[in-house]
Design a protein around this ligand. Structure first.
Ligand code: UT7
Length: 331
């Protein structure tokens, strides 16, 4: 009889850089104010990468915490999936830098770009590679230095984003283990790509002095459109995950949504009449950290003694692309 494998989350970790950018700090950079930012987004502060640090440096801390939590060493890893839109450099992959910093064997190491849905894309690919028996232990990292792509004169974006890293170790377990990834659902709507993008700095529009002068290297966003699509896509994909596993929303212990804006998160929870105190939040502390958002929120929920082993978690995200996704897992 062929053995069938499933994926358990063996260990988790996250890392927030020390430097903090508060709403009051932003008041000195653009025409905004603390009360507006809190009322419209729920964000109080965000963490910003230090001079000279890059994305794989943040990821290293998160990965080491996840390995310690899983009681594993870097030698145990078979693969690194590094989810980011802000890699250390265009080539080679940040995953390769992380591999050598961690001291891994010469294992597969690759970057994935699915923006804020990146971590769910990474987990899903890891789950599939584990189920087929291809690998036993996969490090999935979501890490971003988004502050490097923010125009601190654009008040619509600069108030929202922060830097961070999160990491989970996905490991092979048996079919009888109840604590596994149960279902995942991923989407992308490329036709809406212009709503949120970094236009320049790659093959279509290489960096020239004119491009830099026009600020086309920075992240641009149509905020209101993104807001509506975020609520729509996250609610839709949550329904997919609930229906695929035949799970009533009342059975979900914790919802861990992408942390972009408190109002978006509450609008999604409201669609299911899901109690707000069962939604894990970190947006007040981190702002939107893109691919790092879900593992950082998870870690906050764990450190606050909310999330416990054996509980049923609903994860959901959306991001540039427009990508979106959901996952139900028993932790
Ligand atoms: O991972 C995906 C990433 N992106 C997102 O999730 C972002 C989704 N969008 C949002 O979170 C919201 O659309 C924003 C927070 C960006 C904006 O909030 P909003 O409630 O949609 O505001 P708005 O764009 O409708 O603007 C309302 C007013 C405008 O003034 P007028 O035209 O009413 O006079 C804006 O100019 O607020 C003004 N405004 C600001 N005021 C103070 C816009 N940004 C700011 C600001 N501070 N930072």
């Amino acid at each position: 009889m062929t053995e069938r494998y499933r994926t358990r989350i063996a260990g988790t970790g996250s890392y927030l850089p020390e430097k903090i950018l508060s709403n009051h700090d932003l008041e000195k950079l653009v025409e905004t104010n603390h009360d507006w930012i809190v009322e419209r987004t729920g964000i109080h502060r965000r963490h910003i990468v230090a001079e000279g640090q890059a994305t794989s440096d943040l990821a290293l801390h998160a990965a080491q915490s996840a390995l310690a939590d899983a009681k594993m060493t870097p030698q145990d890893l078979d693969c690194i999936l590094f989810c980011t839109v802000t890699p250390d450099q265009p080539m080679p992959a940040s995953a390769c830098f992380l591999q050598t910093k961690l001291g891994c064997r010469n294992i597969m190491a690759v970057d994935l770009n699915a923006a804020c849905t990146g971590f769910l894309y990474g987990l899903t690919i890891a789950d599939q590679m584990i189920r087929t028996g291809f690998y036993k232990n996969i490090l999935v990292v979501g890490a971003e230095c988004i502050s490097r792509y923010i125009n601190y004169k654009d008040r619509e974006t600069c108030i929202l984003f922060g830097d961070a890293a999160g990491a989970w170790i996905c490991s092979r377990t048996s079919e009888s283990d109840p604590n596994v990834i149960m279902t995942s659902h991923l989407h992308a709507e490329g036709s809406l790509a212009d709503l949120l993008q970094m236009e320049a700095g790659a093959a279509r529009k290489p960096l020239t002095q004119e491009v830099l002068d026009r600020g086309e290297q920075f992240m641009k966003m149509k905020g209101r459109e993104i807001f509506k699509n975020a609520v729509r896509t996250m609610a839709t994909t949550c329904k997919e995950a609930l229906s695929a596993t035949n799970t009533p929303m009342g059975q979900i212990d914790w919802m861990i949504p992408h942390q972009a804006n408190l109002r978006i998160i509450e609008a999604v929870a409201d669609q299911f009449d899901f109690p707000k105190d069962k939604v894990i939040l970190s947006v007040h502390e981190t702002g939107n950290t893109s691919a790092a958002s879900i593992p950082c929120a998870f870690e906050m929920g764990k450190s606050e003694n909310k999330i416990k082993r054996g509980q049923l978690l609903l994860l959901t995200a959306f991001g540039a692309g427009l990508t979106s996704g959901s996952m139900i897992l028993r932790y």
